[in-house]
Design a protein around this ligand. Structure first.
Ligand code: LMR
Length: 392
């Protein structure tokens, strides 16, 4: 029967990863997959992570299964990191998942179980997996406009016009910070308006936050999420420890469901049952590294310092690339790069132009012109700026 399987199409990010790997040029530049690299082109294990791993080696005395929803200490640490004291823990059901992607999938399965008729509204553009995950969870989806390529800001007219179609029981998927792929986030006013709209309309907010700490700071990046959590009775959150803890391959993610206290036990049990039917017990090593770091003052301070370093580096690269492009183009048309936040921005460009960047200049961007700022280095900026100015 497998001979009848059609070959799957890789999503655009994975296609770029593959093409980059296959390119033997020493001058190639990887601005594809969202992975942080330091000035030497390495994605290091964070020092705080090493510290936590040393503690685990010394103190962990079993690797026996955790609960179906994962380790409660991981839940508590992530709830505190994401929400502070916005919502009492008794209102939050939590489940560890296989990375941020697994958390999005788990949350979507939960939504599909509770309301198979729900439509999920997903920003256009978005991280390609959002659409794929909704399809696999058999949820209907609809896109809403989000990005104004002319200004590099939010397309507010488009966004509100498209969200007007949401009905009670539908879901709006929002990026908590560092919107992927545009680097353009909602402002505090936008979040306030969103909270009011969702509450009045009876629409469920589903916030995917994979880059907390990469935008303006840990608390700043969670401000929109916290406002929504403080305003609405029910909120779904998917969070990742891949980027801000550099734990990419450990698959440390969590799904949180905020709701009335009396619903918590059932939601929690359902999350556990969904895990059981897909991965059984969730992975624990990354989760335990995170709870160890967040529960230890010295490790936490070290981690926050390292995260600030990464954030500052990305912002420095943003400004440097915007300046280099202004010099190359003689215009400020890429000035938005300096203002946007997180790993990604979108340069625009046709498929043919993105291919030209790749083939002629060894610069690897994702279709639509998404570039990963965190893959750049200062010494590569002149080459990248020249290529972009010539092609786009
Ligand atoms: C990205 O958008 O590049 C990252 O989130 C990595 C991934 O899995 O796609």
């Amino acid at each position: 029967m497998f001979n009848r399987l059609p070959a799957p199409t890789l999503d655009p990010i994975l296609q770029v990863m593959q093409m980059y790997r296959d390119d033997s040029r020493a001058t190639k530049v990887d601005l594809g997959v969202g992975v942080y690299k330091d000035d030497t082109g390495i994605t290091p294990v964070m020092r705080a992570v090493k510290g936590a791993e040393r503690i685990l080696v010394e103190t962990q005395d079993t690797k026996v299964y955790t609960a179906l929803t994962g380790d409660p200490a991981f839940h508590a640490a992530m709830i505190d990191l994401l929400l502070g004291d916005t919502v009492p823990a008794a209102r939050i059901a939590a489940a560890a998942a296989t990375g941020g992607t697994g958390a999005v999938r788990l949350a979507m399965e939960l939504i599909a179980t509770a309301n198979p008729d729900a439509t999920v509204f997903i920003s256009n553009p978005t991280w390609p997996s959002h659409n794929a995950l909704a399809d696999k969870a058999r949820l209907k989806r609809q896109s809403y406009r989000y990005y104004d390529a002319e200004t590099g800001g939010v397309d507010r007219d488009g966004l509100w016009a498209d969200l007007a179609a949401a009905k009670p029981g539908d879901v709006v998927l929002l990026h908590g910070c560092c919107h992927n792929p545009t680097g353009t986030d909602l402002t505090a006013d936008d979040w306030a308006k969103m909270a009011t709209f969702l509450k009045e309309r009876g629409v469920l907010p589903f916030i995917d936050i994979a880059y907390q700490g990469f935008g303006a700071g840990l608390d700043e990046d969670a401000a929109g999420l916290r406002h929504i959590a403080a305003t609405l009775d029910r909120v779904v959150i998917a969070a990742s420890g891949a980027k801000n803890f550099g734990l990419y391959r450990e698959r440390a993610g969590i799904a949180l469901v905020l709701g009335p206290q009396e619903e918590r036990a059932t939601v929690s049990a359902t999350l556990g049952a969904l895990n059981r039917a897909s991965i059984s017990f969730p992975p624990d090593h990354g989760a335990r590294i995170i709870s160890t770091i967040l529960g230890d003052d010295a490790l936490r301070a070290q981690w926050e310092a390292e995260l600030s370093e990464m954030r500052d580096r990305v912002n420095t690269l943003r400004s440097a690339l915007a300046t280099a492009l202004r010099d190359e183009c003689g215009s400020d048309r890429f000035g938005f790069l300096a203002d946007q936040r997180g790993m990604f921005s979108v340069l625009g460009g046709s498929d043919a132009q993105i291919k030209r960047l790749r083939d002629e200049f060894g610069v690897y961007a994702v279709g639509g012109g998404r570039i990963n700022m965190a893959g750049l280095s200062l010494d590569k900026i002149p080459q990248v700026a020249k290529a972009i100015a010539q092609v786009l």
